[in-house]
Structure formats: structure tokens, C-alpha cells
Design a protein around this ligand. Structure first.
Ligand code: PLP
Length: 318
């Protein structure tokens, strides 16, 4: 499909049609939302794009909750999500961290899981969370719908940093929320449309193009990650390997200095983020401090030859 970059569309006989102002909707965005809703097994079109994963998370919190309410947040997940909740503390939002492999604490108003958590790579107990009276959000950025469809396990919302696997080429910043219930979807849509964290048409196009190859990319990244996780576990300079068995994300602790290892790779890029076609690796301590082990490296496996990636890791670890 071609990209229509218009911000306005003419009324017909004085009547606004489906598209009239692009902050509310534009054809490329609606097509990407339709496609993503289908991938997640949501009712027709019940997905919303945002300017980033973080914009999606912020909108979801502000649209769903009231001051004084509490979120149960999966410990060991993307640290930026906790930072957003800290920032919204000034507006009366509370949050408590919990172990997502166990049932959520009872007195909370929203349960926020991550599948798998980044960078600790635990998988949530979705059934236990679904039994909670509070709505459940699953940040499924790292699992992708190729490996998990959280709505089928009782989640109410699926959140993606589409910047990662969905767009898939490290060239588009985009977020998304897929909703189970029509009313919740409408509430979030109203909030987004009024406050404006919209996704631009060109970015929606890159997301749509990424979705066309999502399955083959993620299957290949998973196959390579399984192999690398196995080989890393057998390397004498590696102390711990975390890999949930799905997806392209691995984290491992080295016995020496992680920053020396990350600076020694030749093929693997020493860069942040994940989910692209090129393999990236970084020490997370630089961003997260004491929250993670000093020598934890996060590896996002791309589409390069598995043996070439292993050779690069081996020489860097040596
Ligand atoms: N959720 C997860 C699991 C992430 O890894 C990230 C970014 O690293 C985000 C959300 C935030 O997404 P974005 O960078 O698109 O704002």
C-alpha cells in the first residue's frame, strides 16, 4: 500500500468521513492496526498505534487508572516501564513490584506483566494473573504473537514496543496496544486521540512492512537464540544464561568484565534495543545500575549466520 501523508481529508457534502484529521486516524495506521489485531487474535481492528512503546504504556496507565490506584508490576521487566510509573507517582499513581511467576498481590487495580521480562527473561503465570479481579496488561514485546497471544490466556491488553520485533529493522519507533474489550479499546482510543501520541503514516508503513516478515524473522531468531543459549551455557567464561526457550533475546552473566566483552565483538553491534535484523549486545548495568548483575549482557539475536555469531561471541568471551 502507498503512504497517504495527508493530515486532512475533505468532508463529503459537509460530512466528515472515516478520515478527516490524521491525529485521529489515517489509512496506513488503520491498516496496521487491523493487521496487528488479527495477529493477536483480537476482535476486528481492536488495536491502537502510538508514537512509541513508552507512549502506549503511558496512555494505558492514564486512560485506565485514577489517582490513588495501584499497579502490580512484574519485577525484572523493562526498567523504563517502572520509570514511567515512578514519574506518574507525582500524579497519584502507585506501583508495587511482584514476582510474575507467582499470582499477583490481591489489592491492586491493574496487573502489568512482561512476556518474557527484559532482561531477566522470566515468563509470567498468565493463568494466575487472569484469575485476579484487576485487568491484566501483558507487554509482549519480546514474545511477539509468533510465540504468544496473551488474549487467549485471559489478558485484557497486549502492549508492544513495535520498535522491536514487529517493525523489526531498527528504523521505526512505534508502540501498540491491542484490547480484548470494545469499551476499553474505545476509552483508550479517545484518550490517544485527545492527547495526541499518534503514530505517523510513514512509521505505520514500516510497521506494516515489518509484519509481513515477522513470522520468518522471529522463527529464525528463535532457532539461532536456542543454539547460542546452549553454547553459551557450555562456555567456561559464562556464569549464568537466561533464555526462556522462545524469542531472540538472551541474557547472560560473564565471569570477567562485561564491558570488555561488549567492546570486543566484531560482527555483533554494541548497541541498545532489541528485535532488529542485526544482532546487538550490551551491558545493561550502564542503564539499570544495581537492578541487574554488574556483568549481565543482553543479547538480541538477529538474522546473521548462527556459526558466525557464535564465533564472534567465543572470541569476545576469550
Ligand atoms: N517494553 C519493552 C519490553 C521494551 O524493551 C521497551 C523498550 O526497550 C519498551 C517497552 C518501550 O518501548 P519504546 O522504546 O518503543 O518506547
Amino acid at each position: 500500500m502507498s503512504v497517504d501523508r495527508s493530515t486532512i481529508w475533505a468532508y463529503e457534502q459537509g460530512e466528515p468521513q472515516d478520515f478527516y484529521y490524521s491525529r485521529y486516524a489515517h489509512p496506513t495506521g488503520v491498516e496496521a492496526e487491523r493487521r496487528l489485531a488479527a495477529l493477536e487474535g483480537a476482535p476486528d481492528g481492536q488495536a491502537l498505534l502510538f508514537a512509541s512503546g513508552s507512549a502506549a504504556a503511558t496512555a494505558l496507565l492514564l486512560a485506565l487508572l485514577e489517582p490513588g490506584q495501584t499497579v502490580a508490576l512484574a519485577a525484572g521487566g523493562y526498567f523504563g516501564t517502572g520509570v514511567i510509573m515512578d514519574d506518574l507517582g507525582r500524579w497519584g499513581l502507585r506501583h508495587v513490584e511482584f514476582d510474575q511467576t507467582e499470582p499477583p498481590p490481591p489489592d491492586v487495580d491493574l496487573v502489568w506483566l512482561e512476556a518474557p521480562s527484559n532482561p531477566f527473561l522470566t515468563m509470567p503465570d498468565l493463568e494466575a494473573a487472569a484469575a485476579h479481579r484487576a485487568p491484566v496488561v501483558v507487554d509482549s514485546t519480546a514474545a511477539t504473537p509468533v510465540h504468544l497471544r496473551p488474549l487467549e490466556h485471559g489478558a485484557d491488553f497486549v502492549l508492544h514496543s513495535g520498535t522491536k520485533y514487529l517493525a523489526g529493522h531498527s528504523d521505526a519507533l512505534v508502540g501498540a496496544v491491542v484490547s480484548r474489550e470494545a469499551e476499553a479499546h474505545r476509552r483508550l482510543a479517545r484518550f490517544r486521540d485527545h492527547t495526541g501520541p499518534a503514530c505517523a503514516p510513514d512509521v505505520a508503513f514500516l510497521l506494516l512492512r515489518g509484519l509481513k516478515t515477522l513470522q520468518v524473522r522471529v522463527e529464525r531468531q528463535t532457532a539461532t537464540a536456542r543454539l547460542l543459549a546452549q553454547r553459551l551455557a557450555g562456555n567456561p567464561n559464562v556464569a549464568t544464561v537466561r533464555y526462556p526457550g522462545i524469542g531472540g533475546l538472551i541474557s547472560f552473566d560473564v565471569r570477567g568484565d562485561a564491558q570488555t566483552v561488549e567492546r570486543s565483538t566484531r560482527l555483533i553491534k554494541n548497541a541498545t534495543s532489541l528485535g532488529g535484523t542485526e544482532t546487538t549486545m550490551e551491558s545493561r548495568y550502564r542503564w539499570e545500575g544495581e537492578r541487574v548483575p554488574l556483568n549481565l549482557l543482553r543479547l538480541s539475536v538477529g538474522l546473521e549466520e548462527p556459526d558466525e555469531l557464535w564465533a564472534d561471541l567465543q572470541q569476545a568471551l576469550a
